[in-house]
Design a protein around this ligand. Structure first.
Ligand SMILES: *Cc1c(COP(=O)(O)O)cnc(C)c1O
Length: 399
């Protein structure tokens, strides 16, 4: 039977302390023990259901983590203070001095900078490859490779990874496949396709209100336990823990994710078709012209569409800037990085979110100056939005 991620979330039931319809928030950094023996056992990891200290875990964080694990179909999950606060401990947990990572070259700018500039300080090196070329991926694997890293739908070029094939490669070479699924929650379920660990920046669609940063690591109980270990767990020791109050608020937003994703996808698909119809160079996985259209289709869950992200290339940075400023003036969206807000957000990735990537490498991967990345909002009347955007394009000479 097909996996229904939103049903998995909905079927969980947590009540508050006094029968509240939302779970109670644990507003404490530390927890009392009735006996000294239980405290010792908890430190040793042998006292299930006991809480120790909130950097380790909290009831509120566990509620959110379990809901996200249900969504991704993994055994469990650990929530973190940000998306980067999820990515960095996972890689540090799996790699040590002398190890090697094979990563997609089109990934979030912060992840790219971390792999390229930061991890070498710990003698961990990374080969960046075109993740859509499986033979190139396999050729980059060495005897020191520990991790295969990619995004299901990549930022900002919206390349789609063949997760099943990558999982087979990972298995063959005894690697862990880590997939950042931030751009395609509900639409794609990487763990169901064989990924070992699924990461999200909760900052984006999942929380959906651009009021916090947050992250999650979804994986096996063993792996999450290892990350939380008081002796050598990267989450516990590096300390990128989410606050309980925030976990409670993200859990409430998660309740409407399925409805929001449907509307984001509907609106983005509509605009992508219209933009392409105007002759603009448009990238959206839902378009038949997208090189990975069939790949996305073969992996997607029913209902949630091809996501809320699209790009257009307007030819030059000057035109891109003029168009974005005018669209903001007309209240069509905000000139801002990030994604998943109710309002459309747009930015030119070459000079913002992907500016960590050197210019010559940007060119090689097809990240051009005139590229505008859109996170399409929840607009109630997307036809009106399109007409207004078309007017803006005419006024700045894009059309
Ligand atoms: C934003 C983002 C991140 C980083 O998440 P933060 O919450 O900003 O730390 C990682 N991966 C992708 C794909 C992102 O879009």
């Amino acid at each position: 039977m097909a996996f229904k991620p939103a049903n998995e979330i909905q079927d969980l039931q947590y009540f508050g302390e006094f029968g509240g319809v939302n779970p109670s928030i644990s507003d404490s950094s530390t927890y009392t023990f009735l006996s000294a023996k239980t405290m010792f056992d908890t430190f040793e990891g042998n006292a299930d259901g006991c809480y120790l200290y909130s950097r380790h875990s909290t009831p509120s964080n566990l509620y959110l983590g379990e809901a996200l694990a249900a969504m991704e179909g993994t055994e469990t999950a650990n929530v973190t203070a940000s998306g980067m606060g999820a990515i960095t401990p996972v890689l540090m947990q799996l790699c040590g001095s002398g190890d090697h990572i094979v990563s997609s070259r089109t990934i979030y700018g912060g992840t790219y900078a971390y792999l390229k500039n930061f991890m070498p300080r710990f003698n961990v090196s990374t080969s960046f490859v075109d993740i859509t070329k499986l033979d190139a991926v396999e050729a980059a694997i060495t005897k020191n490779t520990k991790v295969l890293y990619c995004e299901s739908v990549s930022n900002p070029l919206l390349e789609v990874a063949d997760i099943k094939a990558l999982a087979e490669l990972a298995k063959k070479h005894n690697l862990k496949l880590i997939v950042d699924n931030t751009f395609s929650p509900l639409s794609i379920s990487p763990a169901k396709l064989g990924a070992d660990v699924v990461i999200h920046s909760l900052t984006k669609f999942i929380n959906g209100s651009s009021d916090t940063v947050g992250g999650v690591i979804c994986g096996t109980q063993d792996f999450i336990n290892a990350l939380r270990s008081v002796n050598d767990g990267a989450c516990m020791l590096l300390g990128s823990t989410m606050d309980s109050l925030r976990a409670a608020s993200i859990l409430k937003n998660l309740r409407t994710l399925h409805i929001r994703m449907q509307q984001h996808s509907l609106n983005a698909h509509f605009l992508a078709e219209k933009f392409e119809g105007l002759g603009l160079k448009t990238v959206y996985p839902g378009l038949k012209s997208h090189p990975s259209h069939n790949q996305f289709k073969s992996m997607m869950n029913d209902k949630y569409g091809f996501g809320g992200m699209l790009t257009i290339d307007v030819g030059s940075l000057d035109k891109a800037n003029a168009l974005m400023e005018l669209m903001q003036e007309k209240n069509l969206g905000y000139l801002a990085v990030s994604l998943g807000f109710y309002k459309t957000l747009f930015s030119a990735p070459g000079s913002s979110t992907s500016s960590e990537i050197p210019e010559n490498e940007q060119k090689e991967m097809g990240l051009s100056d005139g590229l505008i990345r859109f996170s399409i909002g929840l607009d109630a009347d997307i036809e009106r939005t399109f007409k207004m955007m078309q007017e803006c394009m005419k006024s700045v000479g894009v059309l």
